[in-house]
Design a protein around this ligand. Sequence first.
Ligand SMILES: C[S@@+](CC[C@H](N)C(=O)[O-])C[C@H]1O[C@@H](n2cnc3c(N)ncnc32)[C@H](O)[C@@H]1O
Length: 288
Amino acid sequence: MSLLRHAVERLRRPQGVPWRSAGLRTESLTADEAVRSTGWVFDNKTGDVSLESFEASGDDEVRRYLKIFGFPKGSTAGLSMVEIGSGIGRMTAGFTKRFRTVYAADVDAAFLERCRETVFHHGEPTALRTLHVADGRSLDLPTGTVDFAFSYITLQHCSGDDAKSLVEEALRVTKPSGLIALNFRTWTIADAALVPLGGLVRLLWRAPKVAKYMARVRALTRLGWQANRLSPDDIIASIGIDLIGTRLTDVTVIHSPRRRVKVSAEGVRKLGVRRVHPSHWWLLARLA
Ligand SMILES: C[S@@+](CC[C@H](N)C(=O)[O-])C[C@H]1O[C@@H](n2cnc3c(N)ncnc32)[C@H](O)[C@@H]1O
């Protein structure tokens, strides 16, 4: 990418800066080295982590979430899926062992390279396809390609508009009768401070030199990448409330039982699941 395009990207999508900086760093590292030095970028893990322990944490989450989403054990072997925001493959490796085809999609091409490495060592490489989300908002896949569209700890890191566009894309690329399971982050009390601070950090990120330094500082990066908070009502309104029960069936908002969530649309089930982080929620739905 040319310097000019980099500069324009930085202005248009400052929330992408920490990902790209981490991605650049991983270009000269093996996936194991990347986990040891930037594991926190993907899973808030620091200290004694290796690619193996990192993948094991992802595999465990894959197993638990597939169960929560209603896939009986072994039922996904003939299915295809897309993972939006695969990172370096923490969960992707687990998906490749369970699905026939996995499209790992990420805004950073270097992460996708490390993702291939992770899957080579810990997953099923023949099941993997990688997909660069170059514009941060669209998936280069034909309509109706996959049986399952999944995204975890990613849609909170895009601009709200890009996140909504990726939700539309997830619906577009999923086959009729296929399932979507998309994870979002909603408001917490701490956000009253975190969100304005995050905005400030992203403002500073527009300066390349400052950005290079800040992208290595864990606390600043974690502040800066909290790019949006989207509630179930925001997402349902953006998809179109009239689609509930028509284009989308079995619509469920999965949330933490420690947290009350407001869902105004009729026909949406709410389900409290202990495993879900109190600031997170999931949109689970089947395409008609
Ligand atoms: C916190 S990591 C989560 C990775 C993975 N889902 C996991 O649980 O290990 C967030 C990922 O989202 C990716 N990402 C951020 N914005 C994106 C966008 N607009 N489109 C696609 N991927 C994006 C980042 O590059 C990063 O790899």
